[in-house]
Design a protein around this ligand. Structure first.
Ligand SMILES: O=c1ccn([C@@H]2O[C@H](COP(=O)(O)OP(=O)(O)O[C@H]3OC[C@@H](O)[C@H](O)[C@H]3O)[C@@H](O)[C@H]2O)c(=O)[nH]1
Length: 445
């Protein structure tokens, strides 16, 4: 009895197994689109001709599917374009700006407003409820820095080079236009001098015509390689007038001279900020200054390059502190130059290790050739700013650096993503299409 039970069970298992196998075979042939008869042998091609017919049918099917996929891709691209167009027509969401009545709301021009410092100043003044007009030639500035305000009723962006005159109505002008990073300003020294001389004359001329108050962004570089330490505003500086940095140093010195000449002769209200080394988000990846170089090198695990023996010093302020200082100076009645900087001083070598530690990774710190005429010690005396503006920097170095590292980490991810997407795009057959369009356009002149 027991034996019979086992046999029955086995028989049942065999039947189920056979059933499943049959179903699998049927599905397989269905997938191949072959005729299925009860007799499996009849599904097999019987002749070479029949085999070729089946093969051709399969090829047609594959081709149809490829075309379908291409159509779907095209449809997706079209939908993406539609979405983009819709987004550009839909009112955008802006950061909430304060309401200022007509009496308190000012029209403020910021030359170089799409740059690193300028764009932070734009944010601050926009949020405070003012009307802001940015003028930039986009040599080092980027539309992306102010893109979040495009279309806002209080905001205007003008692509203009300030070496050419500008005729607009404004109440205040922050004149920030000029490359500020040594490799950038040395790239085209003549242009740097023109921007800081002719550009400043145009700005002061505009200020005179419309009776606007103007703040000139000068620099710690007017002290050159200082022989007085720390540097008070009363120090006249130690500048090589024909060295590689002269286009900037002397350019800014003339800019200051012009400001006080216009103040004396034309009664223009001028404010002069001597800006010390500043860092923060929105610095360009190719800025070339020490903060961006060191952070990017550390994030990429590359060698951190210290120019010279690394014993030269700098004092670094976070961009938010600078912007507060600039606005306080513009609002004050104080007319003499004011240093805006953080007096905490570090050697560049120390600074390299601070960044290495904050970023992590396994970069080495190495010394390379020194920069010609590199100022050896720099630290602002900020007593004037404390006394007349009630201003001093608030953001500690580590906090500011962590924010900046976070920004550069995202910038790196963004540029990697961009490179990968662009590679994918140009490898796809869309390239053929865009080339055809291009061909078509050029064929038509
Ligand atoms: O990769 C680098 C870059 C820079 N450095 C050194 O780091 C120090 C700072 O150099 P930066 O290029 O950041 O800036 P600098 O202090 O020379 O000039 C700056 O001064 C104040 C501002 O007005 C300007 O933004 C800029 O001119 C220099 O001693 C430079 O030689 C490095 O050791 N390695």
């Amino acid at each position: 009895m027991w034996t019979i039970t086992i046999t029955k069970k086995r028989w049942k298992q065999f039947a189920i197994g056979a059933g499943i196998t049959l179903v699998v075979i049927v599905i397989f042939f269905k997938m191949l689109n072959l005729p299925i008869n009860n007799n499996i042998n009849s599904a097999m091609p019987k002749s070479r001709h029949e085999f070729e017919t089946i093969y051709e049918r399969q090829q047609r099917l594959i081709e149809e599917q490829r075309l379908e996929l291409q159509r779907t891709k095209e449809e997706l691209t079209r939908l993406q374009d539609d979405l983009r167009a819709l987004q550009s027509n839909t009112p955008r969401k802006y950061p909430k700006v304060k309401y200022l009545n007509y009496k308190n709301r000012k029209r403020i021009l910021i030359t170089g407003g799409a740059g690193f410092v300028g764009s932070h100043l734009v944010d601050n003044l926009m949020l405070a409820g003012h009307e802001v007009i940015v003028v930039d030639n986009f040599f080092t500035g980027r539309k992306r820095n102010v893109a979040h305000w495009l279309g806002h009723e209080n905001f205007e962006l003008i692509h203009h080079d300030i070496v050419n005159p500008l005729f607009i109505e404004v109440d205040e002008i922050y004149h920030l236009a000029s490359p500020a990073s040594p490799p950038h300003y040395m790239l085209n020294p003549v242009k740097t001098i023109k921007t800081n001389t002719m550009g400043t004359i145009n700005v002061l001329g505009l200020a005179k015509r419309v009776m606007a108050r103007v703040l000139i962004a000068s620099t710690s570089e007017v002290y050159g390689d200082p022989t007085v330490h720390p540097q008070p505003e009363s120090y006249w500086g130690h500048v090589n007038p024909i060295g590689p940095r002269a286009c900037y140093d002397e350019g800014k010195r003339v800019s200051e001279t012009l400001s006080y000449a216009y103040a004396k002769q034309e009664k223009v209200q001028v404010r002069v900020a001597r800006i010390f080394n500043t860092y923060g988000p929105r610095m360009h990846m190719n800025d070339g200054r020490v903060v961006s170089n060191f952070i990017l090198q550390a994030l990429r695990n590359e060698t951190i390059t210290v120019y010279g023996n690394g014993k030269q010093t700098r004092s670094f302020q976070y961009v938010d502190d600078l912007v507060d200082g600039l606005i306080s100076l513009m609002m004050s009645n104080y007319t003499q130059p004011v240093n805006l900087g953080n007096p905490v001083e570090h050697t560049i070598e120390e600074f390299a290790f601070i960044i290495k530690e904050l970023v992590g990774g396994h970069s080495k710190v190495e010394r390379t050739d020194a920069m010609e005429d590199d100022p050896q010690r720099r630290k602002p005396d900020i007593n004037r700013a404390k006394k007349y503006l009630n201003w001093e920097p608030k953001v500690p170095l580590k906090m500011g650096l962590l924010r900046t590292i976070d920004y550069f980490r995202k910038e790196l991810e963004r540029s990697d993503r961009y490179a990968a997407n662009s590679k994918k795009y140009f490898e796809s057959h869309d390239l053929e299409r865009s080339q055809k369009h291009y061909q078509f356009d050029t064929d038509n002149g």
